[in-house]
Design a protein around this ligand. Structure first.
Ligand code: NDP
Ligand code: 2IT
Length: 445
């Protein structure tokens, strides 16, 4: 395999799908050497088969707003690869959603899910529906209409969706209610469910917690910890919330949060009631972080910018893709940042990643660092199958172990001659080998 030639071919087949092509190139570049030294992969056409989704379902989602006006959004489910388990991955409701974004997310999900060591294939779905400013009833009607199509292709052993941007417990509730009615079964086909109807303890916190557990392992390789460290976090959603809570618990000080309108810098630290305030702000359905600076005098709001210009020891991008570019990376490095751990999916651009790696900054890609969310979804599936619930500390312990094991896998496959751990290479090789070997065993299908 020659990565450049493959990428030219793929670019011709899928013109304009920038995020998808970005995610594929990163994986192919990391695995090129291993792939070419195992000719059985090429003989079985593994690359050509793994870069294309098994299938894509695309549908219209008509719904009526509170004024009786009819709207039509686009709905999608990209079922990418189920070689090691049922399709698994979140649903994103955000106006920016398109096929390229869902294909990049679904592709990354294959390797992320493989890293968790649980039996889950890769998928992603969602809609360009914008939940911001919508009433509860509008969100319910939209979710029900969305499920009216989606339910045909999902099932507890087929495809198990969950949340992502714009989809939390409330949306999962509306989706699950409709699925249950249509399928006439209560088998826990979605994860991220409410605790009284099949959900798992720790799932809401899991992505953020897992990301901090991963960063803790990375820091430990340098004899460092979160204690006394200043941390810049972006986003103020589910992932950011879990991360901020755990960073505080481990003695770190979080000084930023961000939204699409800009970022807040709170040098006194985001802890205690300020963490609960994040949840209120999210629940208010507004699109802004600015109100934080009205309610807490210690904070300053900086409009239209990302938080990476703030001095920090550790950066955790937890908002969205390509939110940290080369210039941001150089600023972070100049300011002495020693660790960048991705809570979001693909938040750093390829140029930013190169800058971190050249400067030997500890850098972990989302597919390793944020795998705690889907891993705990996997634990929710296990509990649903067994028809019992684990205690909070049981789930947290398993999550912690899974994150430690992912770190071990990255170190094993990503350590370079000078001892620097290339976590991108480590995560991609470990995830790829597992799925590629399963595909080899199962023949050309
Ligand atoms: P939420 O909807 O809870 O929060 C998303 C956050 O990012 C919000 O603060 C949102 O603000 C902000 N945001 C969205 N778009 C932009 C933008 N263009 N610029 C700046 N901020 C933006 O989603 P999650 O916390 O669940 O997801 C965050 C990231 O983590 C995503 O990349 C997601 O794919 C990833 N992830 C999520 C997992 C999960 O289990 N939920 C698991 C693994 C990864 P606003 O909504 O106001 O736009
Ligand atoms: O990107 C992700 O890993 C998620 N949004 C979580 C997916 C899941 O199935 O829990």
């Amino acid at each position: 395999m020659n990565v450049d030639i493959k990428m030219v071919d793929l670019g011709k087949k899928h013109p304009g799908e920038q995020e998808y092509l970005q995610a594929v190139r990163e994986v192919l570049e990391s695995i090129e050497e291993v792939y070419n030294s195992n000719p059985q992969f090429e003989a079985a056409g593994i690359i050509d088969r793994i870069v294309e989704p098994d299938r894509i379902l695309m549908f219209k989602v008509p719904w009526e707003d509170d004024q009786g006006i009819v709207h039509v959004n686009l709905g999608y489910r990209v079922q990418f690869n189920n070689a090691i388990g049922p399709y698994k991955g979140g649903l994103r409701f955000h106006p920016s959603v398109n096929l390229s974004i869902l294909k990049f997310l679904g592709f990354e999900q294959i390797f992320k899910n493989a890293l968790t060591t649980l039996p889950m294939g890769g998928a992603k779905g969602g809609s360009d529906f914008n939940p911001k400013g919508k009433s509860n009833s509008e969100i319910m009607r939209f979710a029900q209409s969305f499920m009216l199509e989606l339910w045909k292709v999902i099932g507890p052993s087929t495809d198990v969706p969950a949340g992502d941007i714009g989809v939390g417990t409330r949306e999962i509730g509306f989706l699950y209610g409709m699925y249950r009615k249509l399928a006439r079964e209560n088998t826990g086909v979605l994860t991220g469910k409410g605790i009284n109807w099949g959900g798992s303890l720790i799932r809401p916190e899991a992505t953020g917690f897992g990301c901090v557990y991963f960063a803790k392992e990375m820091l430990a390789t340098k004899g460092e910890s979160f204690e006394g460290k200043t941390v810049a976090v972006s986003g103020f959603g589910n992932v950011a919330w879990g991360a901020v809570s755990k960073i505080n618990e481990l003695g770190g000080k979080v000084v930023t949060l961000s939204g699409p309108d800009g970022y807040v810098h709170d040098p006194e630290g985001i802890s205690g009631e300020k963490i609960n305030y994040m949840l209120e702000l999210r629940a208010s359905n507004e699109d802004v972080i600015k109100p934080y600076s009205y309610d807490f005098n210690s904070a300053k709001f900086v409009p239209g910018k990302h938080p990476w210009e703030v001095e920090c020891d550790i950066a955790m991008p937890c908002a969205t893709e390509n939110e940290l570019n080369e210039e941001d990376a150089k600023t972070l490095i100049k300011n002495g940042c020693i660790c960048v751990c991705e809570g979001a999916n693909m938040p750093c651009t390829p140029e930013a990643i190169e800058a971190f790696q050249e400067n030997k900054v500890l850098y972990a890609p989302g597919k390793a660092a944020n795998a705690g969310g889907v891993a705990t979804s996997g634990l929710e599936m296990s509990q649903n199958s067994m028809k019992l619930n684990w205690q909070r500390n049981e789930v947290d312990k398993r999550l912690h172990e899974i994150m430690e094991n992912i770190h071990v896998a990255c170190v094993e496959h990503g350590t370079e001659d000078d001892g620097y751990v290339n976590y991108v290479k480590g995560a991609n090789i470990a995830g790829f080998m597992k799925v590629a070997n399963a595909m080899l065993d199962q023949g050309v299908i």
